[in-house]
Ligand binder design. Structure first.
Ligand SMILES: [Zn+2]
Ligand SMILES: [Zn+2]
Ligand SMILES: [Zn+2]
Length: 328
């Protein structure tokens, strides 16, 4: 897995819709996400629609989670759309290859073993018995007296016979017919969460939630993620913004960054500094998981950014708590 994928995943874990969706996988409420067929809309994912609200956003949402390596997918079906009206309410019609009529009769070829006569089953049928039209003997036992020698179709329109019909797609909504050449075919997938990202997802999800709780317990109003306007007029995104007090509020901003098994570099420190320079909050925290590099630490000190190093949820909350309460 690419390292940039990991960074993108950590970003997604902070998104509320992703959090709700992934928590359903982690709790076992969803084991495999299977699409449900709806003949007007095609396939849908009701469990995702309950979270995303806008059905048009469901597919891009699942695609994104697949692309960054959170979800795996399996081909579930291929869905056929009418090229004329986009409906999925399509029926396959088997037609006469000669006159293209769909009024064909499917039958089987029957061979009388004893005399070798072969014809369609209908021509052997006399009331409810099979009688050979050539030698007039009754055919009683399958594979002893007679054999079925495959499918045979007769066109009710042109009366021609053939063994393989041609397929035509009939739209039940606009009544238009199309062939394989014209139709739009789309892959439909079922999804599940990758085993190797389960732990990572759990860590990403559980990190932000207890931080929110900690601030709320201490009388802050919290928004996560949050956008703040800077002096320059630019809008800046923070992973969490906490506000306290009436009138002139005390504003705390927090960014969360993770480096897997390595140390967090200067880059997120610089990014956070650029934002706080413009927004001028009272207090800025950078939560670095699992640790921060020496250069980045010095830079953070210089920029008046408080660094919280932590390997897990408990350490984050513990370290933040002592800084928060120590300052009050
Ligand atoms: Zn025909
Ligand atoms: Zn016969
Ligand atoms: Zn149609």
């Amino acid at each position: 897995m690419l390292k940039t994928d990991k960074v993108e995943r950590m970003e997604l874990y902070k998104d509320p819709a992703t959090q709700v969706f992934l928590s359903k996988f982690l709790s076992g409420e969803i084991a495999d996400l299977e699409p449900v067929f709806d003949y007007r809309m095609g396939y849908r994912y009701p469990k995702v629609e309950a979270i995303i609200k806008d059905p048009a956003e469901v597919e891009p949402f699942l695609n994104k989670l697949y692309e960054v390596g959170i979800l795996t997918r399996k081909l579930h079906d291929k869905i056929i759309f009418c090229p004329k009206c986009n409906s999925t309410n399509i029926n396959v019609r088997y037609c006469c290859p000669l006159c293209k009529s769909f009024d064909i009769k499917k039958s089987s070829l029957v061979e009388h073993v004893k005399c070798g006569y072969m014809d369609v089953e209908d021509n052997f049928l006399k009331t409810d018995r099979l009688i050979c039209p050539k030698c007039h003997e009754e055919l009683k036992k399958l594979d002893v007296d007679f054999r079925r020698a495959g499918v045979w179709c007769t066109c009710e329109e042109c009366r021609k016979s053939f063994d393989i019909p041609v397929a035509e797609l009939f739209c039940r909504d606009c009544h238009g017919s199309s062939t394989f050449e014209d139709v739009v075919v789309k892959d439909v997938y079922s999804y599940s969460i990758k085993d190797e990202v389960k732990q990572e997802a759990a860590l990403g999800l559980v990190l932000i939630a207890p931080i929110i709780e900690l601030f709320v317990e201490n009388g802050f109003e919290v928004e996560a993620p949050a956008f703040l306007n800077g002096k320059s007029g630019a809008n800046h995104k923070f992973d969490l913004v906490a506000r306290k007090g009436n009138g002139a509020q005390k504003v705390t901003v927090i960014d969360l960054t993770t480096a897997g098994r390595e140390s967090v570099s200067e880059q997120p420190v610089i990014a956070l500094f650029a934002k706080i320079f413009d927004v001028a909050p009272n207090c800025a925290y950078l939560i670095a998981i699992p640790k921060i590099s020496e250069n980045a630490r010095r830079m953070a000190e210089l920029y008046n950014i408080q660094v919280v190093e932590a390997e897990n949820q408990e350490e984050v909350v513990g370290a933040l708590k002592s800084k928060l309460l120590g300052k009050q």
